[in-house]
Write a protein that binds this ligand. Structure first.
Ligand SMILES: Nc1nc2c(ncn2[C@@H]2O[C@H](COP(=O)(O)OP(=O)(O)OP(=O)(O)O)[C@@H](O)[C@H]2O)c(=O)[nH]1
Ligand SMILES: [Mg+2]
Length: 299
């Protein structure tokens, strides 16, 4: 009997901000590789989540949510997202069933039509939407002739995620296992750590503060007692934001630090001494030098 060939390939996940792309990547990989938050524009750079099974390997590319860029950082994010549609085996476009099929969704989806790349649509958050609105969104999407399949899912609850994975796997060509079995992302540890700190801040901060923050790791070293010492700056754009991030008697910064430390300890499997500072850098999202230092640069 002939053995079945191994299949593999790169697959890009795209859509508006906040529809649940990063939540899906984490659900498929089975671990948190991409940060998630209730704020828009959480993901800023493309990152790969690697799903390895006995028969196939899917390298799923998470992208920043597509939006009208207002800063240099926004422009970088949009270059990242649109650049990720090239040279892939398939595209998964995600919409939010609870929000309905919006004009913004339509514009993105229409731009995805390519001759030889299958486009799947994941209609997410079905746990939070009425059955009739899920059906309405699915109908609207099924009207696009180039859409290969519309799959209702809940990335948060896991509903439909395996089905979507298997559909994607069927599209993959014969190919090698690009990454070792135990590798779940291409992100360096330092980047994951700064992202975890940003995630904890995003959950706690409101209004305009979250969009204007960045995290810069300034020191990372193993101490003699075995603990990992990590120093980081949280960058913000205004003195008033700095006050909010620090909080009354330092309470906000302390909370961000405690929850980030917990996640970083799990990630590294060691004790962590995390120290955070807040630094005002006016208009940093428009300053090339700072963007580059924070890792927002084209590969
Ligand atoms: N109810 C419900 N909420 C979900 C689901 N999937 C994601 N969410 C929530 O939606 C919000 C946004 O999720 P993300 O995964 O960060 O969305 P994203 O598309 O990656 O967002 P950007 O990175 O900003 O483009 C978070 O609060 C998630 O918990 C789902 O299946 N059901
Ligand atoms: Mg995201």
């Amino acid at each position: 009997m002939q053995e079945k060939e191994y299949r593999s390939g790169f697959v890009t996940l795209c859509g508006r901000s906040n529809v649940g792309k990063s939540t899906l990547i984490n659900a498929m990989v089975g671990e948190k590789v991409s940060i998630v938050s209730p704020r828009k524009q959480t993901t800023r750079s493309n990152l790969r989540g690697i799903v390895t099974r006995p028969e196939y390997q899917i390298v799923l590319v998470d992208t920043p949510g597509i939006h009208a860029a207002k800063t240099k950082l926004g422009e970088y994010m949009m270059k990242e997202a649109t650049g990720a549609m090239m040279d892939v085996e398939a595209i998964v476009f995600m919409t939010d069933a609870a929000a309905g099929f919006l004009d913004g969704d339509r514009r993105i989806l229409e731009s995805l039509e390519q001759d030889d790349v299958p486009v799947f649509v994941a209609v997410n958050k079905i746990d939070a939407a009425h059955v009739s609105s899920v059906a309405k969104v699915c109908d609207a999407l099924n009207a696009f002739p180039f859409v290969k399949q519309v799959v209702p899912i809940s990335a948060k609850k896991g509903t439909g995620v395996k089905e979507l994975e298997e559909m994607i796997a069927q599209e993959l060509p014969e190919g090698p296992q690009y990454f070792p079995e135990d590798m779940i992302t291409d992100q360096p540890e330092r980047v994951i750590i700064s992202e975890l700190i940003r995630e904890k801040a995003l959950y706690r901060l409101h209004e305009e503060v979250p969009h204007g923050i960045g995290v810069e790791i300034i020191r990372m070293r193993e101490r003699e007692d075995g603990a990992e010492e990590i120093y980081a700056n949280i960058l913000c754009e205004r003195q008033s934001h700095k006050r909010i991030i620090i909080g009354k008697n330092g309470s906000m910064l302390k909370e961000i630090g405690i929850s980030a430390r917990r996640d970083i300890e799990l990630l590294l499997g060691t004790r962590v001494d995390l120290r955070l500072w807040v630094k005002v850098q006016e208009d940093w999202r428009n300053r090339e030098g700072i963007l580059r230092e924070l890792g927002y640069r084209e590969e």
